[in-house]
Each structure stands twice: as C-alpha cells, then as structure tokens.
Design a protein around this ligand. Sequence first.
Ligand code: TXA
Ligand code: MG
Length: 349
Amino acid sequence: QTKVVKIDPFQIDENEMKEAAELIRKGELVAFPTETVYGLGADALHPEASKKIYAAKGRPSDNPLIVHICKFEELVSIAKEVPAQAEKLADAFWPGPLTMIVWKNEKVPYETTGGMETVAIRMPKHPVALKLIEESGCLIAAPSANTSGKPSPTEASHVKLDLDGKIPMILDGGPVGIGIESTIIDLTEDTPMILRPGYITKEMLEEVLGEEVKIDPGIIASDSLTKPKAPGMKYKHYAPKADLVLVDGEAENVVKKINELVAEKQKNGLKVGVIATDETKDQYQADIVVSIGARADEDAIAQHLYKILREFDDWNVDAIYSESFATPRIGQAIMNRLLKAAGHQVLHV
Ligand code: TXA
Ligand code: MG
C-alpha cells in the first residue's frame, strides 16, 4: 500500500509534490531521491516523526539522522553556534553531497540526533529533495531509505523492496547520480575531521578551508578497537550473503588470481560471481560476471556499486571476487564501502 509516484526532476509535478509535503507536515514518512542515495524523510523537529524513521528501517535508536535543509539560514536556526568553516564549506559545496556536524540548539529533538548534543546537516542538490523541503516548510531528517543492514538504495525500486507497506509514499525520481552517501565532516573540534568519506574529498575540503582536515582513524582501522565517531559507521555494515573477497594488484595478476580462485570453488560445486570492469569482464570464467563500469570512470563505479551488491544477493552465488577500485578521487569512499561489505578480506597479488 505504499504509493510510488514518478517525478520528473526537471519538471516537477506540483500536485504530487503538495501531497508529499503534506505527509511530511503531518509527521508521516516520504522516501525521496537525493543526488547521493534515496532518503527516508520526516519532519526533523518533530520527535514522533523521527521515531517512525527508526521503526520503518529497523534502525538502532542511538544512530543519529542527517537533517536536510534548503537554505543556509536553516543551519543557523538549529545550530548552537555557527563555525566559520561552515559558511566557507556551504559556499563551496552546498547544495551538494556534504554533511556538516555542528553543536545543536534546543530546537532539535534528541530523537533526531540519537541522544547526541551535535547535529548533522546537509543541503542536498537533487531538485526533488530541495522542492520537498521547501514545499513542506520543514527541515527533513533523512537517513538512507534502506532497511538497516542493506546497501543504500540508488533507485526507487530498492526502496520499494525494503520498505513496501511500511511508509505511505515513495517519490521516484529515477536512478541517483552519485550512488554513495555524502561526505560527513565534523566541525565540533579544533581540527575538522572526516567521519565518512564521500564524493567530496579531503583535498577538496582542505583547499576551501585553507587548513588541515583529519580523517577519523576509526574508519580506516580494520580492527574493532578503534571506534568510529559517527555511530552509523560502527554498526555491522551490509555484507552480501555470499563470501566477498577483494583482489588487489596489477590488472593482469588480478585476473589470473581471480580465475584460479573461481576454478577452485567451481571444482567444489560452488556458484561464483565476479565484480569486474569493462576492460576485464570478458577475461573471467565465473558463473556470473558483472562489470561495474570502465576503470577510469570513477563516477560510474560509485553509481553502480550498491545496485550490484544487491543483485548478487538475488543470484544466490556462494562466493564473490571483486577487483579493487582505489581510484584517485572518490576511490577512498568506494573502497570504504566495499571493504566493509567484504569484512576487510583483501588478497594482494
Ligand atoms: O548522502 C547521505 O548522507 C544520505 C542522503 C539520504 O542524504 N543520508 C545518509 O544518512 O546516508 P544515514 O542515516 O544513512 O547516515 C548518516 C550517518 C550515520 O553514520 C550517522 O551515525 C552519522 O551520519 N551521523 C549523523 N548525525 C551524527 C552526529 N551528530 N555525530 C556523528 N555522526 C552522525
Ligand atoms: Mg544509511
């Protein structure tokens, strides 16, 4: 009974939008596209509305939500103080795939921040997201619109699979552009720190801020002793049903190694999948070989990653081997997600 409404981002239907905005104002949930992944939205300043998000996703209640806004003044209205860095970053990257963490004021309920004194804020770039925020007149709390533990949705059909019957409406604006969640930067300490890598890189942030930006050691460590600062980064992340192993090295060696591993598994009667690139996909002898895109096309790799991981679950393979994609710009964000999906199993050849 979830209503799926197709919306053309370049010609937004006013009536459908009004209905969605009305739902948000009434404290209901609406899933909507952003430029990164689909979000599951509710009125951020309404504690009961935020609670519904946790229930629909099956999300632990101590994992805070990102508040989506459509004007910088809305950040000012919910922040305890506005760090100078926030203005610089907003000028450079908003609307866009950057989330900033600042100290919150009393307007923001603890239901939205998972009990924290800080709040995560982002101004998305997707026209449907911006229009929904504007039209509702609300600030919209929105995590990724997946069931907790699944990859973030990059198309409306993923949202429907996860949340059908649990929410009143999904706005279908087509596949998203970026495909991995926003970069999160924490501005509450002396040195700004990246809590989650994304499309906006450390170098891009440093250039705009003119100062050093750290990366949370907790997101690089593969041990469980160093805890990440963003609560969401510590939870057992999505892992495909099949055992996923990354193979890293020179292209030729990687293909050879993966084919050896595939042959070994197949000899034991197992069904094996490979995540390849356009350049290598014809060189593999696995049961299912999927290309994530051209190796040089980082944007395509990011865009296809979650969809491919979801597909492998449907194909019921026993093992998956993937090439590694430590590409120059968003490679860090891609590898962060892929390494977690693989439980940090990497073979260097
Ligand atoms: O691209 C995105 O950011 C998408 C779209 C929908 O905007 N949203 C998204 O939300 O990825 P979610 O809830 O899936 O991830 C939010 C992350 C979690 O890891 C959460 O723990 C962290 O942000 N977070 C939120 N508020 C925080 C805070 N006050 N302090 C530290 N981490 C915070
Ligand atoms: Mg999420």
